[in-house]
Design a protein around this ligand. Structure first.
Ligand SMILES: *[C@@H]1O[C@H](CO)[C@@H](O)[C@H](O)[C@H]1NC(C)=O
Ligand SMILES: *[C@@H]1O[C@H](CO)[C@@H](O)[C@H](O)[C@H]1NC(C)=O
Ligand SMILES: *[C@@H]1O[C@H](CO)[C@@H](O)[C@H](O)[C@H]1NC(C)=O
Ligand SMILES: *[C@@H]1O[C@H](CO)[C@@H](O)[C@H](O)[C@H]1NC(C)=O
Ligand SMILES: *[C@@H]1O[C@H](CO)[C@@H](O)[C@H](O)[C@H]1NC(C)=O
Ligand SMILES: *[C@@H]1O[C@H](CO)[C@@H](O)[C@H](O)[C@H]1NC(C)=O
Ligand SMILES: *[C@@H]1O[C@H](CO)[C@@H](O)[C@H](O)[C@H]1NC(C)=O
Ligand SMILES: *[C@@H]1O[C@H](CO)[C@@H](O)[C@H](O)[C@H]1NC(C)=O
Ligand SMILES: *[C@@H]1O[C@H](CO)[C@@H](O)[C@H](O)[C@H]1NC(C)=O
Ligand SMILES: *[C@@H]1O[C@H](CO)[C@@H](O)[C@H](O)[C@H]1NC(C)=O
Ligand SMILES: *[C@@H]1O[C@H](CO)[C@@H](O)[C@H](O)[C@H]1NC(C)=O
Length: 831
């Protein structure tokens, strides 16, 4: 599919490439002055320019910029950080061929070291490469000396390195991309797909103009895709670039010409807290609602820079200055990050208290982490640099050696509020449970009294079970029971993102679906709490949780059984399998039912739930073809704190339905569900996958093609051809299509809340014409926007424009929400 698209863009690419041969010459003896900010050496079209870029009111950097604002290269001092020049600095291309950046004082801040190499002139070409030439031969170029950014047509080979502070990015001989901290700790690596079985000779990495990061090698039959930005293949005057940011994350950005804004389209480490050292030495990373934040382990530590928490912490009293014996500070749900190389001397297999004592008695130990995931691994930390991660999802406990007394951090405001709510929650739960218990007891004794002598009813216990299933409280099953009821997990119904599902029959003859969860990193207690939340969520359009099992490592969920399976079987079934085709009325009711179910999750139930994985596979149909949403609340089980999957591979799993913010590493809110729902909605109408790229859709993603046809008024071609033999309410079709485009808006704030979606589908609310789903031409598309000024922004200055999760007002806050857009905002995909 991607290859098809890249073919399409070959033309665009070629025309740019041809353009890159033209370049503006800069003759020897030319000088740039920091005091003349408008003076630049530009590429022929003016797209790129070399000039002094103002950092603060008195300091400048010498940079090559795209569109005069986005720096893609800057002269760097010896430690690879940007060289800081003052307002009387100059940049000279000397007559001997050396290029020099001088401070006002005359100090050399940077030089190209090209004197007497026959340099005849310099040039800046259309791809942004500043080259010192001997005639037509390149003697030195900025593309060969990257700092922290690479742009399309720049060749990144194994001898090159991107540097940002202590972080580096390299390409290895075997084709692995790696991110390292202080050249010692590898915290991210991405290798070739294991199906690519060749020994590379001279691998090189390149970013295609359309936003795909590819690996090239002459032993490979074609280039291999390593990563892509979420807006890949979208057209427009956009520069994509790969940058190692100073927060240690590697990102693909897009910047539209004339906007000054760069938008994150992909990030290597999706969980920022997993970047080693992001919070500095002894800094503990965690998330508030939206952002990663840094804290010290306890009040036994002081922040190094009170204004920048990512700088880390230092002990108030060094261990060596301690007058009494050291003690340990216990930190629950916290991991002192462990990445190779960890010597085997530092890993033990012991229990929690032994892990603590091992550290306390070890002279060089400063802290230890024990994994409470059943492996019993205990890591002893002797290094003088410690990076920590705290999250309710982490099954680890850490101990930090401190000089007594231990002074814990004061609870943060949000924690206090959380505790208050928890307490309230507990009181409600206890009251409800007591009431239920009394009711069940009453009902039970009534049944017992009435049916005792009735042979139709089996043993007493079976009746109790029946009551229990009906009462709504989740039933706890033993693993043996479930094994028996599924006949040893024989009849597999399907394989979801969280594990396989089997058909089972309970003792009372109820048919159920039993889901065997995999990859649950949580302890017993949290699991039960999540189960309680899920099972307290009752709605006609949500699959009901009957019970659960939590025994040792086994975590299973028991759901009511849905006779007709999942929606995808009906939508995408090949050819007219009899009875496997839904008519329009059924489809519309499924769309509406799903919307109601999700609305309930988002807006109406007590503990609001973001589903995170809405797709046809998770919409089940009962015997009357009523939609019931399944798998809600599970994303929270695997990673409750940030609602995010850990690895990119699992994101790719259901890529077709993921909102752009997933790939851009932005907060996931209920609006992300709205996006996925919009994708499903279009598929309900069209009966095919939105991400299919076919000849009949001009080799475009179906959803993009559909919008173009909608724009032209050709709604008929979007509708599933198999619906021709049924009656179709065109009014409803129109509403569904328009709602789906509203839901697919790239900007989360532009998407309607789920409750509004229901009203629009029902026809209660007027629907205005939706703008193009991807507003590629608009200024600040996407969420995270960095004003790409000269400021070298750190992660903590990122502005998140997406609304707070579950904010009911964000529907109205978007720019021009629900207003008519000029048709020029069409996605110009392709040509
Ligand atoms: C630089 O350009 C801006 C706008 O393009 C203009 O307002 C300003 O006067 C110019 N400054 C100098 C020193 O030429
Ligand atoms: C160059 O000037 C800037 C601004 O005055 C100053 O911060 C920097 O230290 C100077 N560098 C050298 C090498 O003198
Ligand atoms: C030029 O040489 C100096 C001293 O050897 C070195 O520090 C600097 O990095 C070199 N500059 C470039 C662009 O390689
Ligand atoms: C510059 O190029 C010319 C011809 O292309 C070559 O003869 C000469 O040796 C080069 N100069 C240096 C210093 O490499
Ligand atoms: C990139 O560099 C490698 C090694 O220097 C070279 O073999 C390859 O041809 C270059 N690729 C491009 C597109 O310039
Ligand atoms: C980085 O590594 C060097 C040795 O390779 C070490 O001296 C230095 O202390 C390390 N930096 C930090 C911040 O730990
Ligand atoms: C290369 O990357 C893969 C992950 O994609 C990893 O499993 C492997 O260990 C890496 N190899 C090296 C030498 O780092
Ligand atoms: C590896 O490539 C094959 C074929 O291109 C693909 O089917 C498979 O999903 C890829 N595996 C991974 C882990 O990306
Ligand atoms: C790669 O090299 C290794 C060792 O040199 C060799 O054993 C292996 O067969 C090679 N693989 C391929 C696909 O050529
Ligand atoms: C989370 O932290 C960031 C950065 O410190 C802050 O801007 C943001 O307002 C915080 N969000 C919440 C919900 O507290
Ligand atoms: C401190 O540690 C030493 C040796 O580990 C031990 O002999 C001594 O009793 C300890 N002192 C206190 C007050 O615990």
């Amino acid at each position: 599919m991607i290859r098809g698209i890249s073919l399409l863009f070959l033309l665009v690419f070629l025309s740019l490439f041809v353009g890159s041969f033209m370049a503006a010459d800069i003759s020897l003896g030319s000088v740039l002055y920091a005091s003349k900010p408008n003076q630049t050496w530009s590429s022929p079209s003016g797209k790129f320019s070399l000039h002094f870029l103002q950092i603060t009111s008195t300091t400048y950097s010498l940079s090559i910029t795209y569109d005069s604002s986005v720096a893609i290269w800057s002269a760097a001092s010896a430690d690879s950080s940007t060289a800081v020049a003052d307002s009387s600095a100059t940049f000279q291309l000397l007559t001997n061929g050396n290029a020099q950046l001088l401070n006002g004082s005359g100090a050399v801040l940077w030089q190209s070291n090209t004197s007497n190499l026959g340099v005849s002139h310099g040039s800046l070409d259309e791809s942004g490469d500043f080259i010192l030439m001997n005639g037509s031969i390149s003697v030195w170029s900025t593309f060969d000396h990257p700092i922290n950014t690479i742009v399309p047509s720049q060749n990144f080979t194994t001898d090159k390195v991107l540097t940002s502070g202590l972080y580096t990015f390299r390409l290895s001989r075997i084709g692995n991309l790696t991110l390292k901290w202080n050249n010692s700790i590898t915290y991210w690596t991405l290798g070739l797909n294991s199906s690519v079985n060749v020994n590379l000779s001279q691998p090189s990495l390149g970013l295609q103009t359309i936003g795909i990061l590819s690996l090239y090698d002459n032993r490979l039959s074609s280039s291999v895709i390593m990563a892509y930005g979420s807006d890949y293949a979208e057209s427009g005057d956009i520069l994509r670039f790969l940058k190692l940011d100073d927060d240690g994350n590697l990102r693909i950005y897009s910047s539209s010409r004339g906007t000054d804004v760069s938008t994150v389209r992909w990030s290597a480490v999706s969980d920022q807290c997993l970047v080693y050292g992001y919070c500095g030495n002894w800094g503990i990373c965690s998330y508030n609602e939206t952002d990663p934040i840094c804290r010290c382990p306890s009040e036994n530590f002081d922040p190094i820079d009170p204004h920048d928490s990512t700088k880390g912490c230092k002990r108030k009293v060094e261990l060596s200055d301690c007058t009494v014996n050291a003690t340990t500070l216990q930190m629950d749900n916290t991991r002192l990050l462990t990445y190779p190389p960890e010597t085997s001397n530092d890993i033990f297999f012991v229990g929690i208290s032994a892990c603590r004592l091992n550290c306390l008695s070890g002279g060089s130990c400063v802290g230890s982490t024990v994994l409470a995931d059943g492996s019993g691994q205990c890591y002893i930390k002797t290094s003088n640099f410690i990076s920590g991660y705290e999250s309710a999802a982490l099954p680890s406990t850490s101990f930090v050696k401190v000089c007594p007394p231990v002074v814990p951090n004061p609870p943060s405001f949000s924690e206090e509020a959380g505790n208050g709510q928890k307490l309230k929650g507990w009181i409600i739960a206890v009251v409800v449970l007591c009431t239920l218990f009394v009711l069940v007891l009453l009902e039970g004794s009534l049944w017992y009294f009435l049916c005792r002598k009735n042979p139709k009813f089996g043993g007493l216990s079976a009746q109790y079970m029946l009551l229990e299933y009906a009462s709504g409280a989740p039933v706890q099953f033993s693993y043996k029971e479930l094994q028996r009821s599924t006949k040893g997990f024989k009849e597999k119904l399907g394989e979801g993102g969280f594990g396989a599902v089997y058909r089972g029959i309970l003792a009372n003859r109820t048919v159920v679906a039993v889901k065997q969860l995999e990859g649950i990193e949580q302890g017993e207690k949290q699991f039960r709490m999540e189960v309680a939340t899920i099972s307290s969520t009752h709605h006609l359009n949500l699959v009901r949780l009957i019970g659960f099992c939590s025994e040792g490592r086994h975590r299973l969920l028991v759901y009511e059984f849905m006779k007709n399976g999942s929606l995808d079987n009906f939508l995408f079934s090949s050819d007219e399998e009899s009875g496997k085709l839904l008519n329009w009325e059924q489809r519309f009711n499924i769309a509406l039912g799903t919307a109601r179910g999700v609305t309930y999750l988002h807006e109406e139930c007590r503990d609001c739930i973001v589903h995170c994985d809405i797709k046809p596979e998770n919409i089940l149909l009962d015997e009357n073809y009523h939609a019931k949403v399944s798998d809600f609340g599970l994303a929270k089980l695997t990673n409750p704190k940030d609602h995010r999957y850990q690895t990119l591979t699992s994101i790719r799993g259901t890529r077709g339905y993921l909102a752009p913010e997933w790939l851009a590493n932005l907060p996931i809110t209920s609006k992300s569900d709205v996006y996925s729902y919009g994708m499903v909605l279009l598929e309900i109408v069209s009966g095919r996958r939105n991400f299919d790229v076919l000849a009949e859709t001009n080799w475009k993603k179906f959803s993009l093609w559909a919008y173009e046809e909608f724009e032209k008024g050709n709604v008929g071609v979007i509708i599933d051809k198999r619906l021709a033999k049924f009656e179709v309410d065109m009014d409803q079709v129109m509403r569904v299509i328009q709602v789906s485009f509203w839901c697919m808006q790239e900007q989360p704030s532009q998407r309607p809340m789920m409750g509004k979606v229901v009203q629009m589908l029902e026809g209660i609310m007027e629907i205005e014409k939706p703008p193009a789903p991807k507003a590629a031409q608009e200024g600040s598309v996407g969420g995270t926007s960095r004003k790409s000024s000269n400021r070298i922004s750190s992660f903590s200055t990122v502005e998140i424009s997406a609304g707070a999760p579950f904010s009911s007002s964000s529907f109205q806050t978007g720019r021009g929400t629900y207003s008519e857009r000029p048709s020029s905002s069409l996605p110009r995909d392709g040509k």
